[in-house]
Design a protein around this ligand. Structure first.
Ligand SMILES: *[C@@H]1O[C@H](CO)[C@@H](O)[C@H](O)[C@H]1NC(C)=O
Ligand SMILES: *[C@@H]1O[C@H](CO)[C@@H](O)[C@H](O)[C@H]1NC(C)=O
Length: 377
């Protein structure tokens, strides 16, 4: 805008009128075409059907990577170079989304998805703890699925892990075989996921820079939740299972335990702000420890998520089931935000009295019973 005024003074009569008009129209379009600038995310690959990945092998990477929604320009280029990795990225995103929904099932914000490329909707525009968690858990998902795909021989550029033998392994046991390639999974996730954050330059102290730094930090926290917690699996050999000899290999941690660990990091997340130069994020409150690279950080306090605010992507808790006996997060008092709840009885059918019949059938009765269901007003 400032630029237009200087040009105005230099320009002739016609530009005097036309330039500001174009500027106004342009600003108007910016605001109205992109009302909330809902962020497109690669997480969208987690919502693709299997057919999309099958098509990739038939149509080729060039057109498919451009057609996939949610990728940034740099991620499209990585997609074209590493297109055999893309189904794993999709599986990783899906793993992350499902784990998020499991971890938050009893919470007011339950990690619900919307039907567009932002995946979690406008709530992600806030630099909240919840946003931090979704970034961490989804990048952990990609490390996990790519590491496993290497080990299974599905990818052309990686194979089994060549991680060195850990000193803790018993000296008589064999090391090697074919471990999960967490080194490759980590490197690929780092390159692919962080790419979209690094494509733009933001000025010091800007909101854009703050969000970029927050996202990069939480992406790394997610990747570390996998690779710092790699485990060892072993297999027995020897005469009739005597287990006199063991072969061991590097193994991924169970993804549920990764989710649990990140949920703890969410509970203890650190609120951050810019340093005095406006270039880095530091903890807001010096009473708390400095966040490590494995911790989740956030910029903004969360809303209470009680009432629906569609423009902010908040669904509210009206109609959510709650636990009548619990005083905790899934309990009716907290879930319903003090509005109270309605109760009704629901008929449930379940297989019961199952008997094993020789050979080889399981016979069950169908039992009916009633359960009380409580739903927030
Ligand atoms: C999350 O909560 C909304 C209502 O707020 C509900 O419609 C949806 O089914 C829930 N989703 C999950 C995954 O539990
Ligand atoms: C409700 O909460 C209680 C106490 O926290 C717990 O024992 C019970 O399993 C919960 N019920 C359901 C249906 O989740």
């Amino acid at each position: 805008m400032a630029q237009t005024t200087t040009q105005l003074q230099k320009g002739g009569k016609t530009t005097k009128l036309i330039r500001p008009m174009y500027t106004i129209i342009f600003c108007f379009l910016l605001v109205y075409i992109h009302p909330t600038s809902t962020i497109e995310m690669w997480w969208n690959l987690g919502l693709q059907r299997v057919e999309v990945w099958q098509k990739m092998y038939m149509v080729g990477a060039q057109p498919m990577c451009v057609a996939l929604k949610g990728l940034s320009p740099g991620q499209i280029r990585i997609c074209q170079l590493f297109y055999d990795h893309m189904p794993s990225v999709g599986r990783g995103a899906q793993l992350g989304i499902r784990e998020c929904q499991y971890q938050f099932r009893n919470r007011r914000w339950n990690c619900s998805t919307v039907n567009d490329e932002s995946v979690f909707g406008p709530v992600m525009e806030l630099g909240s703890r919840e946003t931090g968690f979704t970034h961490a858990v989804s990048s952990a998902g990609v490390v996990y699925s790519v590491s496993r795909a290497c080990q299974e021989g599905q990818l052309s550029r990686c194979g089994c892990s060549k991680a060195p033998r850990p000193p803790t392994i018993h000296k008589d046991w064999l090391w090697g075989d074919c471990g999960d390639n967490i080194e490759h999974g980590y490197r690929f996730a780092l390159g692919f996921i962080d790419k979209r954050e690094k494509e733009r330059n933001y000025p010091r102290f800007s909101r854009g820079l703050a969000r970029m730094l927050m996202n990069l930090h939480n992406n790394e926290a997610g990747r570390r939740a996998i690779y710092k917690h790699a485990t060892v699996s072993c297999k027995c050999h020897g005469v009739s299972g005597s287990c006199s000899l063991k072969t061991c290999w590097q193994s991924l941690p169970d993804f549920r335990s990764v989710g649990n660990r990140l949920k703890e990091k969410y509970n203890g997340a650190t609120k951050v702000r810019f340093n005095s130069r406006g270039t880095r994020l530091i903890r807001r409150d010096h009473k708390f420890n400095k966040p490590t690279k494995e911790d989740i950080i956030y910029l903004d306090d969360s809303p209470d998520y009680c009432m629906a605010k569609p423009e902010a992507g908040v669904l509210g808790t009206v109609g959510r089931e709650c636990n009548w006996t619990s005083k905790g997060l899934g309990g009716c008092a907290l879930m319903c935000c003090g509005r109270g709840y309605n109760s009704f009885r629901k008929k449930v059918q379940e297989r019961c009295h199952c008997k094993f019949e020789w050979c080889c059938e399981v016979k069950c009765d169908l039992c009916e019973y009633f359960v009380d269901v409580h739903v927030c007003k």
